[in-house]
Design a binder for this molecule. Structure first.
Ligand SMILES: [Zn+2]
Length: 213
């Protein structure tokens, strides 16, 4: 999933205004933000599918450290715990805990059964929704726009500059998503580093959100 995780970040900002939007994006995308790092380190692996299956072009061969349920609980505690240590605020920390965790459950809906509960030898789960492009797109856009609506109808109004920046962000995310719908399958033999490396750019969205007030 891609857009839905951003929708969750926008919704979390509505639920708990004390958290900076960049931190909301960091939390909702946390396991996708660390995934390319782990692939580049050689701890996790990914390869191209021979043909597109619905929305999906990647075979997630192994990603227990970023995307197992057990690891996601760990990352949820870590992100919420660090926030609590820095800010000493319970409610925002709790919101961040569930925000990190939400990523795994949204991925669960769409992925092939490749999400491990514990490690690669444990049961792997996934409800396969992204084999259907219309269902995946509806789900992603539904959560994305619900999040945008919740974000924009807050009592606090955005400054004009932030509103423009937010709109540009939305258009940009939609463009990336559209390119993933219509984009080709990576050539066979593309290395894991080449497949995962560009995902490091996702960190830029954390920065983008950071400066949206
Ligand atoms: Zn993910």
């Amino acid at each position: 999933m891609f857009l839905a995780h951003f929708g969750m970040a926008f919704a979390a900002k509505r639920i708990e205004p004390k958290i900076n939007l960049g931190v909301c994006i960091l939390a909702s995308q946390f396991i996708d933000l660390i995934w390319p790092i782990f692939v580049l380190l050689g701890w996790e692996s990914v390869s191209p599918l021979s043909e597109k299956v619905g929305m999906n072009v990647l075979k997630f061969d192994s990603y227990p450290f970023s995307h197992s349920l057990a690891a996601t609980f760990f990352w949820s505690f870590l992100v919420a715990g660090v926030f609590y240590l820095v800010r000493r605020e319970k409610r925002p920390s709790l919101v961040l805990f569930f925000l990190v965790l939400s990523h795994w459950f949204l991925d669960l809906l769409v992925h092939e059964p490749d999400l491990p509960l514990l490690d690669d030898s444990s049961i792997k789960v996934g409800f396969l929704l992204w084999r259907s492009v219309p269902i995946t797109v509806l789900l992603e856009l539904g959560i994305f726009f619900a999040g945008i609506w919740l974000f924009l109808t807050r009592k606090v109004k955005l400054s004009k500059g932030s509103l423009i920046s937010f709109i540009v962000l939305i258009v940009f995310l939609l463009a990336i998503y559209a390119s993933s719908i219509f984009g080709p399958v990576p050539p066979a033999g593309t290395s894991a580093a080449m497949l995962a490396g560009p995902a490091l750019l996702m960190w830029l969205f954390v920065l983008w959100g950071r400066y949206l007030k």
